[in-house]
Design a protein around this ligand. Structure first.
Ligand code: UDP
Length: 324
């Protein structure tokens, strides 16, 4: 019998590339798709030699076509850091809205099940803590994060509409802050920012007074949650993240300890609409998927630091985008 075939968009990105690895390991044929604006082919270079893997250099905001059967679609194409939203706001809006629409239409044609990557950003700067899936959020539509947050909220709406109106098999995951190897070193997110600064011998830039919180999930745990959700029959959004909450200032101290840098924390202005606190309530994932994170921050950060140290020196000084 032929292998099941999965289309993964954003395949050359941080999460997409880990998903490609996982599905290859599970015995699938994987079709990766990416426009390489923020993705990096180095993340999937090792897969090109496999007959189970093929790659399309394509922007999913334009009409999507792949010949042959497709059983599953994982839509993970999107810029995903506040710096990206500022630099490529229109592409961010398009991939979450037009891109999702194209892929939902494509899923209908292929009679495929589709899982879309949503985000804790749908909760905005949350007034409910920790965030449950029932919470509707507190989003500024015209702020700097609006292009991402609103595209993802639209993505959830259109995905549910395809489910209820067309009977499409859909899954929605709300991803909380995730880290691990293959994050872009200069994407502006706090973990690569701090580790990059430590490796370059610079002070670590904490935005605001550092009292805002985040809860960081190691990528392997996230991928396991995605895999389980895809295989489940649950169509409503599911939070996947690690509830271990920490302030950004404490996180900076952890990175100083991890890297042994002699540098210190320095404080910069807090960006507009930066959420003050974020922590997933994962009861639904525990109940429905029997899932919870297994890798704690100490272990996960060590693995991630090893990866960043192994990168070529020039990566430390690379700009954030190919078009910079
Ligand atoms: N942050 C920081 N210094 C940096 C980059 C980010 O203090 O060099 C803060 C940022 O203001 C936010 C938190 O770290 O409060 C997480 O930022 P990130 O961009 O990683 O993700 P998000 O805000 O989307 O959770």
């Amino acid at each position: 019998m032929a292998n099941k075939r999965v289309l993964i968009t954003g395949a050359a990105g941080f999460l997409g590339s880990h998903l490609c690895d996982r599905f290859i390991k599970e015995g699938y044929d994987v079709v990766g798709m990416d426009n390489l604006i923020t993705g990096d082919l180095r993340n999937i270079e090792h897969l090109f030699k496999l007959k189970e893997f093929e790659f399309y250099h394509h922007d999913v905001s334009k009409f999507v076509h792949v010949s042959g059967p497709i059983d599953y679609i994982l839509h993970f194409a999107s810029p995903a850091s506040p710096i990206d939203y500022l630099k490529i706001p229109i592409q961010t809006l398009k991939v979450g809205s037009l891109g999702t629409h194209n892929l939902l239409g494509f899923a209908r044609v292929k009679k495929a099940r589709i899982l879309v990557a949503s985000t804790s950003e749908v909760y905005g700067d949350p007034t409910v803590h920790p965030q449950t899936e029932e919470y509707w959020g507190n989003v500024n539509p015209i702020g700097p994060r609006g292009v991402y947050d609103e595209a993802k909220r639209f993505q959830e709406a259109i995905t549910m509409a395809y489910h209820t109106y067309h009977g499409l098999e859909t899954r929605i995951i709300r991803i909380f802050n995730t880290y691990g190897p293959r994050m872009r070193l200069n994407d502006g997110r706090v973990l690569p920012a701090f580790i990059g600064q430590a490796l370059r011998g610079e002070d670590l830039t904490v935005f605001g007074d550092g009292s805002q919180t985040r809860s960081f999930c190691y990528v392997d745990d996230l991928v396991e949650g995605i895999y389980r959700l895809l295989k489940s029959d649950y169509v409503y959004p599911v939070n996947i993240g690690n509830p271990a909450e920490i302030t950004i200032a404490q996180f900076g101290e952890e990175i100083i300890k991890l890297t042994g840098t002699k540098q210190k924390l320095i404080y910069k202005a807090l960006p507009q609409d930066d959420p003050k606190q974020r922590k997933p309530d994962i009861s639904r994932a525990q109940e429905i998927l029997n899932w919870e994170p297994k890798i704690n921050r100490e272990e996960g950060l060590k693995l991630t630091y090893e990866y960043f140290k192994s990168l070529p020196q020039e990566d430390l000084y690379r700009t954030a985008h190919r078009f910079d």
